[in-house]
Ligand binder design. Structure first.
Ligand SMILES: O=c1[nH]c(=O)c2[nH]c(=O)[nH]c2[nH]1
Length: 307
């Protein structure tokens, strides 16, 4: 049965590029998911396997990261225009380039009430929360006598573009990780906290205010902790809440360490001065712990994913 090749395209999909622009101590983030699809004279590679016209998808990936350094990322559109023009104008066999870009928006972590006691202007400049991501959750249990209220949030994505190190860890024969003295610290906060309101005899907390305050304290602790590990940051976030909110006795966190790897741009003659990162989605470190008011019994389940 004779066959012919129909429409075809190829390229590297979902290049997760994060560009930090460091304007003194004020940092700016561009966080993109860039997919490249090229088409043109690609009959041969399909029919005979000749790669003579094939620019490797790996190269299209490298180009995305190199362009983030060379041209910066002014806007997703501008970045896509640079890339598409480059592929079509530099490669004879390529006649069409389609660049798809998703951009993740970030906003600076700032004080909601103008009270900058916990957060100096410096911290705000390199601490970000991703827009419109989080989900607020709660679980209410009542046995006719006692109440248990657990509240929390998930998918609150935050990033510090500096003030994070990781070194001095155990090294065995399988350890290859390089010590880091200035790395990106990013996580999707999943937290559950338990209220010490258990009976109708007690004054009920203001749930709305409590949620808002717990969230705020957590973000401020994240932003202002000079972090030597995500574990340390986690503990600071928890203890800030316990110390600031008398109605909360226990908080449990599940924090993925969203790794950002510096891209090696040396092969392209470019210096990567802590600017262009590959945002890996898996595997990820997963740091989990409960922070408790001293003397209380832990009640939040260790595996809180169904909560
Ligand atoms: O903050 C961190 N904690 C770890 O336990 C760890 N392990 C690792 O490889 N990187 C990191 N980062």
């Amino acid at each position: 049965m004779p066959t012919i090749l129909g429409q075809n395209q190829y390229g590297k999909a979902e290049n997760r590029v994060v560009k930090i622009t460091r304007d003194g101590d004020t940092h700016h983030i561009k966080d993109l998911n860039v997919s490249v699809a090229l088409s043109g004279d690609m009959d041969d590679v399909h029919y005979s396997g000749s790669n003579a016209n094939v620019l490797p998808t790996d190269t299209t990936k490298n180009t995305v990261f190199a362009f983030a350094k060379e041209h910066g990322i002014e806007s997703a559109e501008q970045f896509g225009i640079h890339l598409a023009r480059h592929f079509v104008s530099s490669q004879e066999p390529i006649h069409r380039a389609r660049i798809r870009i998703e951009e993740y928006a970030w906003e600076r972590i700032a004080t909601s009430d103008g009270n900058s006691k916990f957060i100096g202007a410096d911290e705000v400049k390199h601490s970000f929360a991703r827009k419109g991501m989080e989900t607020r959750v709660s679980q209410i249990t009542y046995d006719g006598e006692n109440w248990e209220v657990i509240s929390g949030l998930k998918d609150l994505t935050v990033m510090n573009s500096t003030n994070s190190e990781f070194w001095g860890y155990v090294k065995d024969k399988y350890t290859t990780l390089k010590e880091a003295y200035d790395r990106i610290l990013a996580t999707d906060v999943s937290a559950r906290w338990r209220y010490n309101w258990t009976s109708d005899e007690q004054r009920m907390p203001n749930w709305e205010k409590s949620y808002e305050q717990a969230r705020k304290h957590m973000l401020h602790a994240f932003a202002e902790t000079y972090s030597l590990s995500l574990q340390q940051t986690l503990y600071q976030m928890g203890s800030r809440i316990i110390n600031s909110r008398s109605e909360i006795d226990e908080i449990r966190f599940s924090l993925p360490n969203n790794h950002h790897f510096l891209v090696d741009l040396e092969p392209f003659g470019l210096k990567n001065d802590n600017e262009v990162y590959f945002a890996a989605d898996r595997p990820y470190g997963l740091i989990e712990a409960t922070v408790l008011r001293d003397g209380v019994e832990p009640k939040i389940p260790v595996d809180m994913t169904n909560l």
